[in-house]
Design a binder for this molecule. Sequence first.
Ligand code: ATP
Length: 261
Amino acid sequence: MDTVFSLNDVNVNIDNTAILTALNWRQKVGEHWVVLGPNGAGKTTLTKLLMGRLPATSGSVDILGEPVAEVPSAELNSLVGYSSSALATRLPARQTVLDVVLAAAQGRTSRFRESYEDIDLERAHNLLAAFSVAELAERLYGTLSNGEKQRVQVARAFMADPQALILDEPASGLDLGARENLLMALTELAGDHRSPAMLLVTHHLEEIPAGYTHVLIMSAGRVLHSGEIAATLTSENLSEAFGMEIQVESSQGRWWAHGRR
Ligand SMILES: Nc1ncnc2c1ncn2[C@@H]1O[C@H](COP(=O)(O)OP(=O)(O)OP(=O)(O)O)[C@@H](O)[C@H]1O
């Protein structure tokens, strides 16, 4: 199966209001997507659909060829990883960073009495190092700054070894150095064929890691443009999405944008 997610003619209505309309989209194994769009475009609703937390009103949402609605929730949780700043604040404050990351290997948010193999320990330490938080391994999670929690939490999402990983604004709130470290780690993971297919929601082009391959541009609950990032993330397409003149620039796989008159 080379398709991770597939949406076919998906509509989502809530209280008789159309939130998502006629969505058709596919993410294949090995593709790493960025989701962009103005506030209220439907990005979060899309992630909820993919995680099976919101049913489609019509159309089909499939993961690895199976309708999401038919996959048991425990299985879906292990297939689709998720990271967001909201989740970062819900992890157990009184456990060590290492335990918080290790627990994800068994699909848990906190460590209880379970034992872990050396290979899990090594992987947890490697992920903490990849996200530049290795020195925090023995600290209590609750004592970390928000930016530190955010990076630990992204490391934790990889620890679970999902098939797909949804990263909801992973760089928001990080200082410049922390953001760049995070993006470099994500770039490295994007280039590793063992990594899950990633879907990264962001508001800022500067937060797109080099090596991400595709972009989905949403507006008013619809897919406005989708495809390979170099061909799709254009000034014309973003100007259309945001309803203003936007100039998109890129260099060496990184992106930024500014308004223009
Ligand atoms: N439960 C709900 N009831 C009514 N409207 C909803 C509900 N959930 C979402 N919406 C509306 O659906 C639209 C899309 O919301 P969504 O949160 O998916 O947008 P978004 O692209 O993630 O926005 P943002 O960038 O601001 O986070 C918004 O207009 C929102 O108000």
